[in-house]
Design a protein around this ligand. Structure first.
Ligand code: TXA
Ligand code: MG
Length: 344
């Protein structure tokens, strides 16, 4: 199979690209689409044979369920039941954050095939705010199952070229919507009733931050790092987001002494000498996430790109500077910790 990339950056091109994507999705095929978080590998969520092609292309194990993307927030009750005791808080969250990078775990409706939810009684749902994705979803007018468009366990793609690097020859089409706005996957939450406030459990931290969610409910995080199939988000394996190159996350500069003859690359937060990391070694390469002041949302946009680039160098080890654990720093630190647990 050859993989085509179609541009969307001019109105007639957008029109053609969306039409071709919808044609493939209607015929039960998969298409990679941009979202505001990362690129997704999309299929008609209500067609189990189409969804099976996602698992095949990604080499994703069948125990790992997919996120369902709705064309419009009004359609939530077509795929999920919102329990009576959390209806109010869920309505407020949806009003505030949809369309956008927030995924809700809710009891599923019978129309959602088991292959989508890996047999779980819940379904993960969100509505994307990406202009290309929105057009495709509106024209298809069906829920779309879409995990990140990378091979299982690998780094999420935030550009059409990164999707190609992951899935070339395995999927027919990629719509090129440029770089993703946020650069990190959606925040996944579970909502439970509570007094006086509902309880939100953040299963995967992301662009909608814990600070954002605190305005709506009491918020807790799932803190386990060694997660398995029985966990809150089955795809959140400890070894996820791993580059092929070993990665080490430091908590302070003095933790690292380079070994003679080994080659190292540095993922630096803001590239400032005074932070103490730049002069630690004779780095093969230093890539800076947010030069100067170090802004977390800017670092997030470049995060997976930088990780992918450093992984191409073939060094012995990638060394990562720590980031502040608030805002989007929470999600990046979570990913760096998972990436630094080596695969068995
Ligand atoms: O931003 C995003 O969420 C991107 C874009 C494409 O929408 N999608 C994405 O999907 O990150 P994926 O499959 O790479 O990650 C979805 C995570 C997985 O860890 C999966 O285990 C978890 O969501 N998940 C899906 N359905 C679930 C469910 N019913 N219960 C618990 N976890 C679930
Ligand atoms: Mg993923």
């Amino acid at each position: 199979m050859s993989t085509t990339i179609l541009p969307t950056d001019q109105p007639p091109l957008m029109h053609q690209a969306v039409e071709e994507a919808v044609r493939l999705l209607q015929s039960g095929d998969v298409v990679a689409l941009p979202t505001e978080t990362v690129y997704g590998l999309a299929a008609d969520a209500l067609n189990p044979q189409a969804v099976a092609k996602i698992f095949e292309a990604k080499e994703r194990p069948s125990f790992d369920p997919l996120i369902v993307h709705l064309p419009d927030k009004k359609l939530l009750d077509t795929v999920a039941d919102v329990p009576e005791d959390v209806q109010k808080v869920v309505a407020r969250l949806i009003e505030r954050f949809w369309p956008g990078p927030l995924t809700l775990l809710l009891p599923k409706k019978p129309c959602v095939p088991d292959i989508v939810t890996a047999g779980l009684p819940t379904v993960a749902v969100r509505v994307s705010n990406n202009p290309v994705f929105k057009r495709v979803a509106a024209a298809l007018n069906k829920p779309i199952a879409a995990p990140s468009a990378n091979r299982f366990g690998a780094i999420s793609p935030t550009s059409a070229n990164a999707v190609l690097a992951e899935l070339d020859g395995r999927i027919p089409l990629i719509l090129d919507g440029g770089a993703c706005l946020h650069g990190l996957e959606s925040t996944i939450i579970k909502v439970e009733p509570g007094t006086p406030k509902a309880l939100i459990t953040v299963v995967r931290p992301g662009p909608i931050t814990i600070e954002d969610l605190k305005l709506y409910a009491k918020v807790q995080r799932v803190t386990k790092t060694l997660v398995d199939e029985a966990s809150e988000a089955p795809g959140q394996l400890a070894s996820h987001y791993a580059p092929r190159t070993p990665l080490r996350l430091l908590s302070k500069p003095s933790e690292f002494t380079p070994e003679e003859g080994k080659r190292y690359a540095l993922m630096s937060f803001r590239g400032e000498e005074k932070d103490g990391y730049i002069d630690l070694a004779d780095w093969e390469q230093v890539m800076i996430l947010s030069p100067g002041n170090g802004k977390l949302p800017e670092a997030a946009v470049r995060f997976f790109y930088v990780l992918r680039e450093l992984d191409k160098l073939g060094v012995d080890e990638i060394i990562a500077e720590p980031m502040l654990e608030h805002g989007m720093g929470t999600a990046m630190m979570d990913k760096l910790r998972r990436a630094s647990v080596r695969r068995a």
